[in-house]
Design a protein around this ligand. Structure first.
Ligand code: IMP
Length: 439
């Protein structure tokens, strides 16, 4: 029986993980985020009510489920408190069931200022970040300069390291980027004010989760961003700064690899990306406009219009391998309903030699030289919104799904046919049993 599920994005984020984590959370005990920060935007739609989360795990709608932020997450205390208050206003009381790791690295105003300054500087490589300070906060972690949440218990020590960091960042902000410095005093007092509001939530998350796993608790690991934004396996340097692929769970929670029973990959049936970087199947035509409009492809964190393209099975296959995915969940199938034809990329060829490319592109030049080759499907031109049984899908839709399954050579276990929780096809009992089984 599956006890623990990891939910990982297979593309550049925004695959619809929020809806699936919400669905899986029903009878689970813990939902754990292990990487990223409030750069994420997880949208839940239940009974036509929309809730967007950036940092807090997507289980908030179930009162019995605890939400955990592991040590791999980076946290801005003001933004965390803002999100808790936003939920409170919406009658969702998370404060008694939110658990924060005692070794979380914090995001401060100087990280956000530096992120913004870099993104506006003509000489920098513009990544198209969310301006939430994610990159600089992870840089501090690797450079052994991070201020971690537990450092705030000792105000003298906090003051000492904060002064050093503010000095270091202001030097860059003022001298290199010609921006205003940040104020040590303001950060110091604000941080302690927000810390006091959340300090009762701090725990040793690794200890807690190891204990709960022994007791057979049901745990969901909620990935943020997607594997193509992973710092090691994504389209570097156009990536986020954490391991959004499977490895992030181990380093970001303090649990061993044997504790994950089932690894679910989530992919839309088309592709989107926000920010810059390679995108082999990108569309610039009317289909792009259609996907943006029907798929509501606007960033839930930044409001930016997303780039769109066809499903890329070459990249999907690679992401399935690096994450050792157990089964796939396809999302937003209903968005394709009115297209005359639907394409999927099945291989890349070299722009000049026209020969098939049999390696994963690494350099900018590699990405620039590839051309995607497509298989074309006839559109089903019928609404499939809300269908819950595979056999009720039009034959053309079934053919399209079967082709994907045979190509990627793993099971498709879930298909999402609309944004609501119940717009979901359970292909088999694997995941259905997990959702319905009460501990
Ligand atoms: P950062 O994570 O803010 O540093 O941004 C780095 C890249 O990741 C940019 O292209 C962002 O648009 C992208 N990104 C970060 N978080 C998300 C997300 O949750 N969904 C989609 N893209 C994201």
């Amino acid at each position: 029986m599956i006890k623990n599920i990891a939910v990982l994005g297979m593309q550049w984020g925004d695959e619809g993980k929020g809806k699936i984590v919400d669905l899986l959370s029903k009878n689970s005990n813990y939902v754990v985020r292990y990487q990223g920060g409030n750069n994420a935007g997880h949208t839940l739609l239940v009974d036509k009510k929309k809730t967007i989360l950036h940092l807090i795990p997507s289980c908030v709608l179930y009162k019995n489920v605890k939400a955990v932020l592991g040590n791999g997450v980076v946290v801005s205390l003001p933004d965390l408190v803002k999100e808790i208050n936003f939920l409170k206003k919406n009658k969702i009381f998370i404060q008694d069931r939110l658990i924060l790791s005692n070794s979380i690295s914090l995001i401060f105003e100087y990280h956000i200022s530096l992120d913004r300054a870099r993104e506006k500087n003509k000489e920098s490589k513009i990544i198209g970040t969310t301006h939430k300070g994610i990159g600089p906060a992870y840089e501090d972690k690797i450079a052994r300069r991070s201020i971690r949440i537990s450092d705030l218990y000792d105000t003298n020590y906090f003051s000492y390291i904060l002064k050093k960091n503010v000095h270091y960042y202001n030097f860059q902000l003022v001298n290199y980027f010609k921006k205003n410095p940040v104020s040590y005093k303001k950060i110091y007092f604000d941080s302690l004010k927000y810390f006091n509001k959340i300090k009762n939530m701090i725990q040793d998350v690794s200890k807690l989760l190891n204990k709960k796993i022994k007791k057979k608790s049901k745990i969901i690991f909620e990935g943020a961003q997607g594997s193509l934004l992973d710092i090691d396996y994504g389209t570097y340097p156009y990536v986020s700064s954490s391991n959004s692929s499977i490895g992030g769970i181990i380093t970001g929670t303090g649990l061993g690899i044997k504790n994950i029973n089932y690894i679910m990959g989530i992919s839309k049936v088309y592709t989107t990306r926000v920010g810059n970087g390679p995108f082999p199947t990108e569309l610039f035509n009317d289909v792009h406009k259609y996907l943006c409009k029907i798929g509501k492809e606007f960033g839930s964190t930044t409001g930016r219009k997303r780039r769109t393209g066809w499903l890329d099975l070459v990249l999907l296959k690679r992401m399935i391998k690096i994450n050792s995915i157990s089964g796939l969940c396809l999302t937003k199938l209903d968005v394709l309903d009115n297209l005359n034809e639907i394409k999927v990329c099945i291989k890349y060829i070299n722009k000049f030699s026209k020969k098939e490319i049999n390696f994963y592109p690494i350099t900018q030049k590699d990405w620039e030289e590839i051309i995607p080759v497509y298989k074309v499907f006839k559109g089903w031109k019928k609404s499939i919104r809300g269908i819950v049984l595979f056999k009720d899908l039009p034959v053309l839709t079934q053919k399209y799904i079967s082709f994907i399954k045979n190509f990627i050579k793993i099971d498709i276990d879930l298909i999402s046919t609309g944004p609501e929780r119940n717009n979901t096809i359970f292909i088999n009992n694997k995941i259905k049993t997990f959702v319905n089984y009460k501990n």
